[in-house]
Structure formats: structure tokens, C-alpha cells
Design a protein around this ligand. Structure first.
Ligand SMILES: Cc1ncc(COP(=O)(O)O)c(C=O)c1O
Length: 274
């Protein structure tokens, strides 16, 4: 099985060392689940990318990107993870962008992650990270390429042998997981952290909120301390590659996957179309 990489539409193409994605993390990315050669929630991924590119002033030719990605998918394994990286292109040394420079677009395909099926069916064992996310309203919500915080978190997660971790900001408010968003369920209603100062506005998070609205389940976005999750009826992590992982253990608390989590997992299964 081959997993292609295209740079600016060229298979196996190369990247300049002066690319601002490499030099400054000056760019954005999307990670999409592909099943039967169809990218799940593709529209939501492309609209997030376009909205973030507009907010950060990164040129993006949407129609060209969509057409290129459709062609790219034809060369991918039917089931895989597809990644799109958009950078502000190349410039000279220094932070000032060259506003004339064309942006860089990288498409790459990757094997589906080999997590145990029990992560979906029984849930994950999560820890609470000792690290803190910085507060940066200017970048909050965007899936930008500056992911050093997540790299440090992922190393901590590996050291703790946790399946995921609950991650707080400098003020002690829960933001998300290491590579996922997080929800709690209390009295049949959903709650999820506000992402106005840190965190990524996950596509899966948005889809869950839309599905909850269709099901008549109330969703509150708020600032939560870790205790709110420890005392919740259900807790789950979500992202667009793995769907929904119920939490079966956090330090001092255990759960069985609950009915709201199960209901939303069936929405994810339907979206996969398997
Ligand atoms: C830090 C972080 N937050 C949230 C998410 C979830 O985003 P999405 O649902 O778009 O996959 C991810 C996904 O990789 C992530 O890395």
C-alpha cells in the first residue's frame, strides 16, 4: 500500500527550506478521516481551513484546493488519514511575509492509527496533564502549525502511559485533550470548554454540537475546572480521525460509557458510512 505525498500538486514534490511553515509554523493544517475514498466531514474541514486562512491572512484558492484534493484522494488507499498543510509560502529571513508569495499546499496520506477497538467500545484511561496551555485569543480556535505545546503534552502522555489527557490552561480551566476536544454530560445535557483563549475548534466538536441540536440535547460552552469533569455523568474525547472515545477512568473516578456518548458514537458510525 502506498501513501502519497503531493507538494503544490506535484507527487513527491519538494519544499523550500525558506518555507514559512517550517521557519515559523506560519500555516494551518487539517487531518481528515477517509473511508471508501470519501473524506468524512470534508465540507466542515474546508470551511474551517478557509475561515482560519482568512483570519490569519494566508492566501487560499479554495476552488483549486478542492479540485486538487479530489484528485489526490483518487491516489490514496480507500481507508486512510489525509492531511492538508497550508503555509504562507516562502520568504526571506525575518518575520515579515512576502505578500506576493504563493502559499504552499501539501497533501499527504497516512495509515489509520492502530488504536485498540476497546477505546471506542469500553473507553480510554485518561490522566490530567501537569502542563498548562498558554492563553492566546489571537490564535485560539485555529488549527495552526504551532503545535509545540501538543508535542510536549504528547511526550508527557507517553511517559504517563495515558490513552489521552485532560489539558488545562494557565488559569486552571480545562481546554481539551492532547489531540482532541472534550465534552462532559450532566443530567442529559452536554458541556464543552469555551475555546476563546486556547484550544482548537475541532471539526468533530462542531459536528457533535450540530448533531446534539438535531437531537434536542442542550450544549453549553463554558469554563470548567477539572472537578466538573470528575463529577460528570459521562466524559468523552473527540476528533475527526478517531471519532468519540468515552473516558472510562480519570484519577479518582471510573465510568461505563453512558447513553449520550453512545448516541453520539452512532452518529459517528453513520458518518463513516461503513
Ligand atoms: C489540539 C487539538 N485539539 C482538537 C483536535 C480535534 O480537532 P478535529 O476534530 O478537527 O480533528 C485536534 C485534532 O487533532 C487537536 O490536535
Amino acid at each position: 500500500m502506498t501513501y502519497p505525498v503531493w507538494v503544490n500538486g506535484v507527487e513527491g514534490g519538494s519544499l523550500l527550506p525558506s518555507d514559512r511553515g517550517l521557519a515559523y509554523g506560519d500555516g494551518l493544517f487539517e487531518t481528515l478521516r477517509v473511508e471508501n475514498r470519501r473524506a468524512v466531514f470534508a465540507e466542515a474541514h474546508f470551511s474551517r481551513l478557509a475561515a482560519s486562512a482568512a483570519a490569519l491572512g494566508i492566501p487560499l484558492r479554495q476552488a483549486e484546493l478542492l479540485a486538487g484534493f479530489s484528485r489526490f484522494l483518487l491516489s490514496c488507499p480507500a481507508s486512510c488519514v489525509a492531511k492538508i498543510v497550508l503555509t504562507r509560502g516562502s520568504s526571506g529571513r525575518g518575520y515579515l511575509p512576502n505578500e506576493e508569495a504563493p502559499s504552499t499546499v501539501i497533501f499527504s496520506a497516512h495509515p489509520l492509527p492502530a488504536y485498540p477497538e476497546s477505546f471506542q467500545s469500553d473507553g480510554v484511561v485518561a490522566d490530567i496533564s501537569g502542563l498548562r496551555l498558554g492563553l492566546q485569543p489571537m490564535l485560539a480556535g485555529h488549527k495552526h502549525l504551532n503545535r509545540l505545546e501538543q508535542v510536549m503534552l504528547r511526550r508527557e502522555q507517553a511517559m504517563l502511559s495515558a490513552d489521552e489527557m485532560l489539558v488545562c490552561d494557565l488559569d486552571g480551566h480545562v481546554v481539551e485533550g492532547v489531540s482532541s476536544n472534550i465534552f462532559l454530560v450532566r443530567d442529559g445535557e452536554l458541556g464543552t470548554p469555551l475555546l476563546d483563549r486556547a484550544g482548537v475548534h475541532g471539526v468533530m466538536r462542531g459536528q457533535i454540537m450540530a448533531q446534539a441540536a438535531r437531537l434536542g440535547i442542550n450544549v453549553t460552552e463554558s469554563r470548567y475546572a477539572a472537578d466538573a469533569f470528575l463529577s460528570a455523568d459521562e466524559v468523552f474525547f473527540c476528533n475527526s480521525v478517531n471519532g468519540i472515545w468515552p473516558v472510562r477512568r480519570l484519577p479518582g473516578r471510573q465510568w461505563q460509557p453512558g447513553p449520550v456518548t453512545r448516541q453520539l458514537q452512532s452518529f459517528w458510525q453513520d458518518a463513516l458510512g461503513l
